[in-house]
Design a protein around this ligand. Structure first.
Ligand SMILES: Cc1cc2nc3c(=O)[nH]c(=O)nc-3n(C[C@H](O)[C@H](O)[C@H](O)COP(=O)(O)OP(=O)(O)OC[C@H]3O[C@@H](n4cnc5c(N)ncnc54)[C@H](O)[C@@H]3O)c2cc1C
Length: 554
């Protein structure tokens, strides 16, 4: 058995920031991080466009908060939004002190670019590799502080005794075998669930494990129906083409050569909030002005030099994966699942409903993004709320004595994995995963209706049954990726069910949740958060009010 003070699940930006915060405040704390992949392969590394903070003289945190509340269609809790935006400038300076090399403007200040839904130029960046720059800098800090990292360990469940979370059970991928990793506090920072959908910008590891772990342990998931579809992913691949491209001035064109955003958002054009741009693209394609399910992103007028300096990765990706050089031709793009606004219900300090369990980053719902996240606010969320959750979790340990745990959870997990290893049958995890992605993309994409979602709910329940019957080809212990896929599939089907249930119940359109059968926002009935709790019959839904402080819904 491994024993630590604080056990963190996830080595993305939220998990690393939490670990560093805990150690900055309490240098002698024994902090451990588990990650199913090497830390710098966490999805945060793929973030391209940037991170928001009101640094400019013309900008203010209040303006940032207003844009965030409005962009999220007033479903975000405004006390949390205020904390996010107020702490943003210091968070950026902290990152810089920790070694992050941001791009610079001519005066040598941290450069900022325009992003969607933002009233000011507010997004700090490191070319189009911002996540890479931040994640590597934080990882160096972890190494410096000699934090214990369980690299390539897959967490299969939380240990909950007497209503208190006492750590996790994890599978060691390299050597095989289940181990309890016990902590006085546990912090989930396990990232998003974008792989519930087939067209997705997310890494294949983004299977919603953190949300599923908490959900199975009895915690509520909040606002799961709100899944952001990014307007511009590379044709047929789901590879993200950053909003930074439009921030630098790229146009969206339909097959008539028309800058169609003029009809949907004449003021903000290509830099309207993502939900607006995705819906517009969806309409253009539905009404026959697309091509192969795509529209075009035109960067040519930016010129080779600017593309090379500001968007080198985008150019490389377009050349390698679509055979198109954006210096010479427009890039074919289509919307794809990108970000889960919902997640484990958590306070501004990361506390969840389960004693001893904290959550931060994309797997948590604090809620700052409401019904639609603004580009650049998610990296910020991981830093601000990762730090806060790390601090609060560390404080909670003072005076707490280590406790022995029973081996009940371990034995139950050993039986579960044993059954999975022994089961024989024709069903393979990847088949069920592919089918799930198709069902969700087809029925719960940009446009949703009661019929499409009822169809999806039936299919997801059938897929849950199939997921429980998958059989492994690899029965070995060492690097059994077949086993990990089967376990990830359990997370995916559970998370999918909460998305469908929440979306089917919410009879309005708000942000990323657009229902063709209820096209208007309905504040009188639906200005509230949904909570999904696990029951044997599926998710049970309840609702709680939204915190409004200074920005009344308009
Ligand atoms: C392509 C792309 C580009 C993006 N660009 C931007 C951008 O420019 N600006 C912005 O604000 N946001 C952006 N986002 C969103 C943002 O990057 C993410 O929301 C954020 O990085 C999530 O960080 P995280 O720390 O919560 O999780 P992640 O970075 O996803 O890390 C999750 C961690 O959890 C671990 N983990 C998960 N499950 C388990 C398990 N069962 N056992 C053990 N470990 C586990 C993983 O190994 C990993 O270490 C982008 C997202 C994508 C997909």
């Amino acid at each position: 058995m491994k024993v630590h003070d604080l056990v963190i699940v996830g080595a993305g930006l939220a998990g690393m920031r939490a670990a560093l915060a805990a150690l900055e405040a309490h240098p002698h704390l024994d902090v451990a991080i588990l990650s199913k992949v090497h830390p710098v392969r966490s999805h945060s590394v793929a973030a391209q466009g940037g991170i928001n903070a009101a640094l400019g003289e013309q900008d203010s945190w209040e303006a940032h908060a207003f844009d965030t509340a409005k962009g999220g269609q007033y479903l975000g809790d405004q006390d949390a939004i205020e904390a996010l935006c107020r702490e943003a400038p210091d968070a950026i300076l902290d990152l810089e002190r920790l070694g992050v090399i941001f791009s610079r403007d001519e005066q040598g200040r941290i450069a900022q670019r325009p992003f969607g839904g933002s009233g000011a130029v507010r997004t700090c960046y490191a070319a189009d590799r911002t996540g890479h720059a931040i994640l590597h800098a934080l990882y160096e800090q972890l190494l410096k502080r000699q934090v214990c990292v369980y690299e390539e360990w897959y967490v299969t469940s939380l240990i909950v005794e007497e209503g208190h979370c006492r750590g996790v059970i994890a599978w060691d991928l390299v050597r095989g075998g289940l181990h309890p990793v016990v902590g006085k506090a546990t912090l989930l920072a396990a990232g998003g669930s974008g792989r519930v959908f087939s067209t997705s910008t997310n890494a294949v590891i983004n299977t919603g494990d953190g949300m599923a772990l908490a959900y199975r342990a009895g915690a509520s998931l909040e606002d799961m129906e709100f899944v952001q579809f990014h307007p511009t992913t590379l044709k047929g691949t789901g590879i993200l083409i950053t909003e930074g491209a439009r921030g630098e001035g790229a146009y969206l064109l339909n097959t008539l050569g028309d800058r169609f955003m003029a009809r949907y958002a004449p003021d903000q054009m290509e830099l309207a909030p993502r939900s607006t741009v995705s819906l517009a693209i969806g309409r253009e394609i539905l009404e026959g002005r697309g091509m192969d399910g795509c529209i075009l992103l035109d960067l040519r007028h930016l010129g080779r030099a600017k593309i090379q300096e500001r968007l080198p990765q985008i150019r490389q990706l377009a050349i390698e994966f679509a055979g198109v050089d954006p210096v010479e031709s427009p890039i074919p793009v289509q919307p794809g699942a990108h970000y889960q606004m919902g997640g484990v219900k958590a306070t501004q300090w990361g506390e969840t409903e389960l004693s001893g369990l904290y959550a931060a980053g994309e797997c948590a719902c604090v809620s700052v993004h409401g019904a639609n996240r603004l580009g650049g606010n998610s990296l910020l969320e991981t830093i601000v709320f990762g730090r806060r959750a790390g601090l609060r979790a560390a404080e909670s340990l003072r005076g707490v004595a280590p406790r022995a745990i029973s081996d009940h959870t371990l034995r139950a997990e050993e039986r579960r994995i044993g059954r999975l290893m022994d089961h024989r049958g024709p069903e393979r995890a990847w088949q069920v995963r592919d089918d799930l992605g198709r069902v969700m993309s087809l029925n719960l994409g940009i446009f949703r209706t009661k019929e499409s979602m009822t169809e999806a709910l039936g299919q997801v329940r059938a897929l849950q049954v199939r997921a429980a019957q998958v059989s492994l080809q690899d029965r070995g212990k060492v690097f059994n990726t077949d086993l990990i896929q089967a376990l990830e599939l359990q997370s995916l089907v559970d998370i999918a069910e909460t998305i469908v249930a929440g979306a089917l119940a919410r009879e309005e359109s708000r942000g990323a949740h657009y229902r063709s059968d209820f096209p208007a926002r309905n504040d009188a009935a639906w200005l509230k958060h949904s909570l999904a709790r696990r029951t044997p019959q599926g998710p049970s839904l309840s609702y709680i009010p939204v915190t409004i402080t200074r920005f009344p819904p308009k």
